[in-house]
Design a binder for this molecule. Sequence first.
Ligand SMILES: Cc1cc2nc3c(=O)[nH]c(=O)nc-3n(C[C@H](O)[C@H](O)[C@H](O)COP(=O)(O)O)c2cc1C
Length: 407
Amino acid sequence: MTNLSGKSVLLIIGGGIAAYKSLELIRLLRGKGCAVNAIMTRAAEEFVTPLSVACLTGRKVHNALFNLTDEIEMGHIELSRSADLLVVAPATADLLAKMATGQADDLASTALLATDKAVVVAPAMNVRMWTHAATQRNVETLRRDAIQIVGPNEGEMACGEFGPGRMAEPIEIAAAIEAALTPAVLPLSGKKVLITAGPTREPIDPVRFISNHSSGKQGYALAEAAVAMGAETVLVSGPVNLPLPPGAQVMPVESAEQMLKACEGELPCDIAIFAAAVADWRVANAAAEKIKKDNGRIPALAMVENPDILKTIAQRKDKRPAIVVGFAAETERVAEHAREKLARKGCDMIIANDVSATTGVFGGDNNKVHVITPLGAEIWPEMSKRDVARKLMEKLAHELAIRQAKS
Ligand SMILES: Cc1cc2nc3c(=O)[nH]c(=O)nc-3n(C[C@H](O)[C@H](O)[C@H](O)COP(=O)(O)O)c2cc1C
């Protein structure tokens, strides 16, 4: 049994000399229990016959976009949809250009544009075509689009020249397909991460509130990083103007009390990161109706302390997350205040950042943090909030693995 067994691959054969090798690729894939549907470009049919491809795949070969019978039997979109992966072999310079620019003027390019599945391409062409700036630009674009490129290899070419341009061997392409279809074991797979982000809003009356400048960017970046590392990610978010991080379960809240309730409802979890800028106080008796102006009389707002979300969760007797991390926004003596906070709250780590006006941290895209644990402090250089998030999630995943191995 391999990872290819029971899978289905849509093979797109482009018009190059290496098309003959795609026949061997079909044999290899089918030998591993993988079904192969094939699309041949018009040019590909000059190099290998649809009859050979049909005999080896055991299926009808698709070649025309506007074919009534094909469309009724299996629509052009269905061809990509029913496959687990698309592979282009050989990928001509022309097909790479079409993919990079999103063209869809034949069945092959349309199927490639109409897919959200993994795509592996095996370029094959004359060395000058491969090294041409236009092809290299296209390949770069495809890499950025998460298309996996296998080869080309270096060697003697059919045109008599030597250099990179030979299509990767079928066995290498099959291995790349198998790797692409093998689910990666991500460091936080099976773990649950709870993150808070953004400011809270504490009502004064139905139209006014007390809040702060938190943009939520750091917390949202953390949620993005946790999802990318395979965690079940819950993001409890105060009001922010940010796109929702795909893959995270977002729970919108307004006040600190709502935020605490939402967090407690998400326990147990493995890691909890409190990046929200929670208001320390709220108005004791928020008015049920809008407070009216009253001949120059200023309303007196009695304040009460909000629940301390970080401390409450960190000091729970039951369902305490294995790792509790707090963020500390400080405007002076950042590290010193963070160390005090670590001890006072009973959490495992404090990420302290300097939010004084000159740093641009509030609302900005960069952050410079101190990472404080009971074992000591690290000062990370200034980097994007996304990079802070990735680096921090990696550190936490590592720490969690150690703790869970010990327990
Ligand atoms: C004999 C011959 C061999 C060719 N070999 C290649 C090749 O290896 N790679 C390539 O990118 N183009 C090659 N071409 C050019 C393509 O066939 C041509 O760009 C065609 O339009 C590609 O169509 P397709 O991308 O739809 O398959 C070759 C052309 C000829 C006549």
